[in-house]
Design a protein around this ligand. Structure first.
Ligand SMILES: Cc1ncc(COP(=O)(O)O)c(C=O)c1O
Length: 443
């Protein structure tokens, strides 16, 4: 336990953290001998499983061969091979990759690249970004401006160059009071209206998580949403950025969530599972013609970073992508993820405080409500999610918290384990969830 001891400025300041010392498969062990079933892969990060020797070996080999070279001075074999291999999986046309370290940085990179593509085309007025509420794109200032997560934004409002936020395609609590499909996707049509109101020539890009994640307890959009958004963006010359930092790299049972919706963005943002959740690695994937336009006019993309296009991170990423391929882990995420979703629904959907269970592949969210009929949320002050999460954690099951989806109120938990989880381990997660509901809510 480390509260008030040691020199680390921890992420949480209200409780001591157990010290993790080892991890393997879906299990994390602590110094005091406890074992935790990591049913969320941390923050929906670990996809290929903990403790993969193949990644360790690739990184060790790389560290002994070539460590650091500056990205403006050299390229390297793992960097070239990672980009080549990724291009065999990304949606058609997205075949050039710019690597960074965190998801937030990759989002910043995407926003800046979109702007520079417009500049390259002589469209110099295009600078505005449209995004959605109940979204998450990271916490650096540009990514935070895009994100629709109020508690993180409030302290920094005066400092943000804010995006224009629209409602998410959140059918359970439709902002327009409509129902799918008779709504005719009002939430997507609002994007067109907003582009026109802002001035079509002033909008640079629309950004959204292909499948909503941390700020909405997982949200696959209704059918037709992304194709309609794509159509609207095309009509007004607005670039479409799909943030797949959480839902990419096999998480939804396809290599990239955009495949579920037959939609190809202009810029795809990746992170988290890109390195299997080992070394910090993120990327944007862009179209050749956009890169070429920037090269032709500006000479280069005005961006960079000491650890961009990093050799060691690339080696980790390459090993992770090879594991996904060799062990057919994306197919496994689809098959076993379907089972996970079915079992969650079988065992929990009748619970009086479970309002919705949604997801796809190995990415599921449970939204809790005070009243199932009215969908009234618990007041945030009751901290239901935190209490459920803590009970689960104390009993050795790790989930990921998601709160505030109901206009600031609202509680949810995300279940998104490494793809190597077994059916037996899935049952342990379900038992843990049922026990937590029983203990915290008494039913
Ligand atoms: C969709 C999405 N985008 C961006 C980010 C930011 O990534 P990072 O925390 O690596 O900066 C996250 C992190 O959870 C995310 O879920």
């Amino acid at each position: 336990m480390t509260l008030d001891t040691g020199n680390v400025f921890h992420r949480v300041l209200d409780r001591p953290l157990p010290q993790a010392v080892r991890s393997q498969g879906v299990w994390i062990e602590t110094a005091d001998g406890r074992r935790f079933l990591d049913a969320s892969g941390g923050a929906v990060v670990v996809n290929v499983g903990h403790g993969r020797k193949e990644i360790a070996a690739a990184v060790a080999e790389q560290l002994g061969t070539l460590t650091y070279v500056h990205p403006t001075m050299f390229t390297s074999p793992p960097l070239e091979e990672l980009a080549r291999l990724l291009s065999t999986h990304t949606p058609r046309g997205l075949n050039r990759f710019y690597f960074m370290s965190s998801g937030s940085e990759a989002v910043e990179t995407a926003i800046k690249f979109a702007r520079q593509v417009h500049l390259a085309r002589g469209d110099t007025d295009r600078h505005l970004l449209i995004s959605r509420w109940n979204s998450y794109h990271g916490l650096t200032m540009g990514a935070l401006a895009a994100a629709g997560r109020t508690p993180f934004r409030l302290p920094f409002y005066p400092m943000l160059r804010d995006a224009v936020h629209l409602p998410a395609p959140y059918c359970l609590r439709c902002s327009y009071g409509l129902a799918f499909p008779s709504c005719r996707l009002r939430c997507a049509l609002a994007i067109e209206e907003t582009i026109r109101c802002l001035g079509a020539g002033a909008v640079s890009a629309f950004i959204g998580e292909t499948v909503g994640g941390a700020s909405i307890a997982v949200l696959p959009p209704p059918p037709g949403y992304w194709p309609l958004v794509r159509e609207i963006c095309d009509r007004y010359g607005v670039l479409l950025i799909l943030d797949e930092v959480m839902c990419g790299m096999g998480r939804t049972g396809k290599w990239f969530a955009a495949e579920h919706y037959g939609t190809t963005p202009d810029i795809l943002v990746l992170g988290k599972g890109l390195s299997g959740g080992t070394v910090a690695l993120s990327a944007i994937a862009v179209r050749e013609e956009h890169l070429e336009a920037v090269r032709r006019t500006a000479g280069n993309f005005a961006h960079g970073g000491t650890f961009s296009h990093n050799v060691i991170a690339s080696a980790a990423g390459l090993a992770a992508v090879r594991l996904l391929e060799r062990e057919r882990l994306v197919e496994r995420a689809s098959a076993l993820g379907t089972r996970l979703g079915a079992r969650l629904k079988e065992e929990l959907s009748e619970h009086p405080q479970v309002g919705d269970i949604r997801g796809l592949g190995m990415m599921w969210g449970i939204e809790f409500v005070k009243d199932r009929q009215t969908l009234t949320p618990f007041p945030r002050s009751e901290k239901l999610t935190e209490r459920l999460w803590q009970h689960l954690f104390d009993h050795g099951v790790i989930t990921y918290k998601s709160v505030g989806m109901a206009a600031g109120e609202g509680d949810g938990l995300i279940v998104a384990p490494p793809f190597v989880i077994t059916e037996e381990e899935i049952e342990q997660v379900i038992s843990g969830l049922k026990a937590a509901l029983e203990a915290v809510l008494g039913s």
